[in-house]
Design a protein around this ligand. Structure first.
Ligand code: GN1
Ligand code: MG
Length: 355
């Protein structure tokens, strides 16, 4: 496979060093090095992304726009193959090659608030420089990706057809998901009232999707653009809350280690708002804290749904991994909800100092 794919780019697999790269749950990724040049090769998971050409379309449309409006912005688009295409299909599998950005690195967890600040600023900047771009030009690479009511329906369907064994194992998680149905109701209300604007949203703002300058840790840009499509800002802010606030991540099975860091919350707010303060409406800003509940809850629902369905979506390494992930997210949600008042105070404090 490597030979067939890399030769489309004028590279020879036998003279390249190829190694698996990163920790994504969906696509396969490798780092490819040849004579001092480095690339990232990725196979798109077409079960998850049934129309990979939509991804290519979206990235092309945004690149064209940014080349005109923000030529200095580091936008990591795929490299063109020798025939001019920006992706390669081999045996019905879909691949693309990216440049590996020199002197850049990614990290897998937020150790310090400064890292959360840099990342939030990058995701904020991404939405800001695209605020005048017509989001509707982008195609949905995954239909209804962050449609919470749909995710809850999928959960209910899974519940109706799962085995009694899985149902019993997940009983606490199921009760908790039902207890928090109001998070979905709030979303439905918010969409109905058109309080949120459709914007260009990244939809996967985990820290490993931010390129940092290796020496200084300063943010350079964002990567993993497969789910860039029209959406609401709460997806991006919420996924940062979900993945930065606790040092222990969604894989942690000792839930005592899940703990929320207020200084990281402050860093996310500061970094994101430095870019998006002028763009977001007052009504949208009211949903800043809600965004964390929205994303943590939706992820819990998705992991538990996958567990009930017999683990068909997320890669797993051990039998009850999706259950553990779901329970982990429920624990995080409970801890997040308990902090809401403190988050309000942090936001007022930062806003006051900004005036
Ligand atoms: C998936 O593959 P990765 O890690 O980039 C998922 C996200 C989830 C995340 C949970 C297309 O992202 O929505 O938040 O796992 N991406 C897709 O770890 O479903
Ligand atoms: Mg991703």
């Amino acid at each position: 496979m490597f030979q067939a794919v890399l030769s489309a780019y004028g590279l020879r697999a036998d003279s390249c060093k190829i190694e698996p790269f990163g920790s994504g749950l969906i696509n396969h990724t490798w780092k490819v090095c040849q004579e001092g040049l480095a690339y990232i090769l990725q196979e798109v998971n077409t079960t998850v992304f049934p129309k990979p050409e939509y991804i290519a379309h979206n990235i092309r449309a945004i690149k064209g726009y940014l080349d005109q409006t923000a030529p200095d912005y580091l936008f990591v688009a795929p490299i063109n193959a020798s025939n001019g295409d920006d992706f390669v299909v081999v045996n019905d599998r879909f691949y693309r090659l990216f440049p590996f950005i020199a002197h850049s690195c990614t990290i897998d967890s937020v150790q310090r608030p400064e890292q959360a600040y840099q990342a939030a600023k990058q995701f904020g900047q991404f939405s800001r420089i695209l605020y005048a771009f017509k989001a509707q030009q982008l195609k949905p690479t995954i239909e209804d990706f962050h449609n919470l009511p749909l995710r809850v329906r999928q959960f209910k369907n899974a519940l109706a057809q799962t085995s009694s064994e899985r149902m019993i194992k997940a009983s606490f998680a199921i009760e908790e998901i039902i207890r928090y149905y109001d998070i979905e109701a709030q979303y439905t209300q918010m969409v109905k009232s058109s309080e949120l604007h459709l914007r260009v949203v990244h939809h996967d703002t985990k820290i490993s999707n931010v390129l940092l300058q290796s020496e200084t840790g300063i943010g350079l840009g964002v990567i993993d653009l497969d789910t860039v499509m029209p959406g609401y800002f709460i997806s991006d802010v919420g996924d940062m809350m979900r993945t930065y606030l606790s040092e222990a991540n969604e894989e942690e099975n000792d839930f005592n280690k899940i703990a929320i860091r207020n200084d990281v919350f402050a860093a996310i707010y500061k970094g994101y708002m430095e870019e998006m303060n002028q763009v977001l409406t007052l009504a949208e800003k009211q949903f800043f804290i809600y965004s964390g509940k929205f994303m943590i809850y939706m992820q819990a629902v998705r992991f538990i749904t996958d567990f009930l369905n017999g683990d068909i979506y997320y890669k797993t390494n051990y039998p009850e991994q999706n259950l553990v992930r779901g329970l982990n997210q429920i624990d995080l949600l409970n801890k997040y909800v308990a902090r809401q008042q403190e988050f309000e105070e942090i936001i007022s404090e930062i806003d006051k100092n900004q005036e």
